[in-house]
Ligand binder design. Structure first.
Ligand code: HSE
Length: 312
């Protein structure tokens, strides 16, 4: 057999897309939570999906994000007959922390390992975007790219090919709250205005440039000032109960800033110090307890490696 006959085990991280001001162009990977998947090559043509979690996601490959990504990859590797993937998701679909991207990214990283790593990271992003299209009807890469590259990534463009710029960043503590409501990315995109007034565009690209500069210069104060979104957040925040309380309460205890993670409903906050991130977690818990809304809080850091291949 020309390729590996082993089973590969992959850990695929959750991600925070947009990072407040960078709608569809910025994202970072989280150390927790992760999905786990196992892949092996088969003699059965095509993609076979086995779900090993409680989420009841489609197993028909064209309707499954991992399936669609793997089918795209198989089209580019016609010498491969088929692949089986077993998926155990921990990242809840519809949570806003890149659940679909984790499935798609983990699948292509796993298959690439079995094929002797013949595809580049940029090509993997391209394959995985077919999965993202199944979930949100748009081939955005701001969850996929950090899930594959790790760290913070800027996606300068997705056409004609993904132009991903990995960014250096200082140590940052990330607190994420997932209020247990579901916001579908496709719905959260449909409500956005299609036109942006020039004054808002100026403010936004000032913030995106400043956020990138703040990360590269390890300038925490600049990072904090740049975490402002005048275009998407004012529209989407109305979908998320507790948004204003979490934001103002987190600032009050010293967070650098934050906002909606991806298309929500999860909210994230960045902090320079671990103690601040803990205080932010308390603000988040208190907010949702007062609102009587079930929620889950993750206190984590930025994952700098992306999807990881593990011993089986
Ligand atoms: N950039 C995408 C959006 C991310 O905000 O719609 C979705 O996770």
């Amino acid at each position: 057999m020309p390729f590996s006959s082993e089973t590969v085990r992959v850990l695929a991280p959750a991600t925070v897309a947009n990072v407040v001001c960078g709608f569809d162009v910025l994202g970072f990977a989280l150390s927790e939570p992760n999905d786990e998947m196992h892949l092996r090559l088969t003699d059965e043509p095509g993609v076979r999906i086995i779900n090993e979690d409680k989420f009841d996601l489609p197993t028909e490959p064209t309707r499954n994000v991992a399936g669609a990504a793997l089918l795209a990859m198989l089209r580019a590797a016609p010498e491969v007959t088929g692949v089986e993937v077993r998926i155990h998701k921990t990242i809840r679909p519809g949570s806003g922390i890149g659940s679909s991207a984790a499935s798609a990214a983990g699948a292509v990283v796993g298959l690439n390992h079995l094929l002797g790593n013949q595809f580049s990271k940029s090509e993997l992003v391209e394959f995985a975007m077919y999965g993202e299209e199944v979930a949100s009807w748009v081939r955005h890469a701001d969850n996929i790219a950090p899930a594959i590259y790790g760290g913070v990534t800027l996606i300068r463009a997705t056409t004609p090919a993904p132009d991903v710029v990995p960014l250096d960043a200082p140590p940052l503590f990330v607190t994420v709250v997932h209020p247990q409501i579901e916001v579908k990315t496709a719905d959260a995109r449909r409500i956005l205005k299609q036109d942006v007034p020039l004054r808002d565009a100026i403010r936004q690209w000032g913030n995106v440039g400043a956020l990138v500069a703040g990360l590269l210069k390890h300038d925490y104060a600049l990072i904090g000032r740049a975490l402002e979104d005048v275009i998407v957040e004012p529209v989407r925040s109305i979908l998320i109960p507790g948004f204003e309380q979490v934001k103002s309460g987190s600032h009050a205890v010293g967070a650098l800033g934050g906002g909606i993670s991806g298309s929500g409903p999860s909210l994230f906050m960045l902090s320079q110090h671990e103690a601040t991130a803990q205080a932010v977690a308390e603000v988040m818990r208190r907010t949702y307890e007062q609102l009587g809304l079930a929620h889950f809080v993750y206190q984590t850091t930025i994952n700098t490696t992306g999807c990881r291949i593990l011993p089986v």
